[in-house]
Design a protein. Sequence first.
Length: 318
Amino acid sequence: MAYGAQLALGALGVTLIYGILRFSNFAHGDTMAFGAMATIFITWTFQAWGISFGPLPTAILALPFAIMITALVLLGTDRVVYRFYRRQKSDPVILVIVSMGVMFIMNGIVRFMIGVGDIRFSDGERFIISARDFKAATGLKEGLAIKTTQGITIVTAIIVVAILFWFLNKTRTGKSMRAFSDNEDLALLSGINPERVVMVTWIIVGALATVAGTLYGLDKSFKPFVYLQLLLPIFAAAIVGGLGNPLGAIVGGFIIAFAEVTITYPLKKVLGYLLPESLEPDGLVQLLSTDYKFAVSFVILLIVLLVKPTGIFKGQSV
C-alpha cells in the first residue's frame, strides 16, 4: 500500500509534465532523489539544532523547505535548458533526449553532494503497532506490524492528492492548466499565459517529486541509484493508468505496486495455510526473486503498450 502511494505520487509528476509540457521527463527519478537529498540535509540541520517532531520523523518538518529548494532548481533548469527548446518548438523526442542529459547531471550532483551509500534518516517512533502488540491485542498467532513511515506515506499521499485535485478542478490556475493540456492553441487564444502555466507546473512537479522521494527514502532508505531504477515502475504506472491523466497515474501506481509485490512475494506461509501439512512446501515458493521486481513493471509496460497504448483511463497515446 505504501509503495503504491509512492509510485502514484511519482507517476503524477510524470503525467503532469507529459500532459502539459508534452514530453516524457526522464529526469523525474533523479528529481525525486534531489528532493529527498534536500530533505535529508535540512533534517540533519534540524537535528543538530535540537529540533524534532516528537514521535514523527523530523523529515516531515524539513519537507516544506526541501520542496521550495527543489521547485527553485526545476524552475532554474527550465529557464536555462527547456525554455530554449520550447520556444524553438522542438519535437517531443528532442525534449526527451534533453531530459536525459538533465537526468545524468542531476544524478551526478546528488551523488557528489551526499555520496552513494545507504542513508537512513528516519527518527521518532519506528512502529505505529508492532507485531508483538498486535498479537497481544488480538490473540492471533500471526502478528501484523505497521511502520510509522508506512502510515505517514498513506496519509500524506491522500492529503497531497486531495489538494492537487482540488487545485486542478476548483482554482483558476488549475483550470488554465487543464485547458492548456486539452488544447494549447485554444488556451492561448483564450488569453492564458503559457509561461505562468509552465511555472506552476514545475512547482507542482517539484513538490510531488520531493514528497515521493522523501517518503520512499523514509520507508526504505535513501540511495541515489535506486531512484534512477524507480523511473521504470513510475513510467509504467503513468502509462498503465493513461499518460496525461492524473487519476490514471494514481490507479496505475497501485496496480504496478501490487503486481510487483504479488509476483515476488514468498508464498510459503500462504500455501502452508491452504494445503495439507503433508504438501506444505519447503522453499520460499517465489514466482520471481525480489531482485527482478522491476522486470515485472517492464513486462506490464510492454503488454499495455502493445494492447492498449492509451492506458486504462484513455490518456494520450505513447
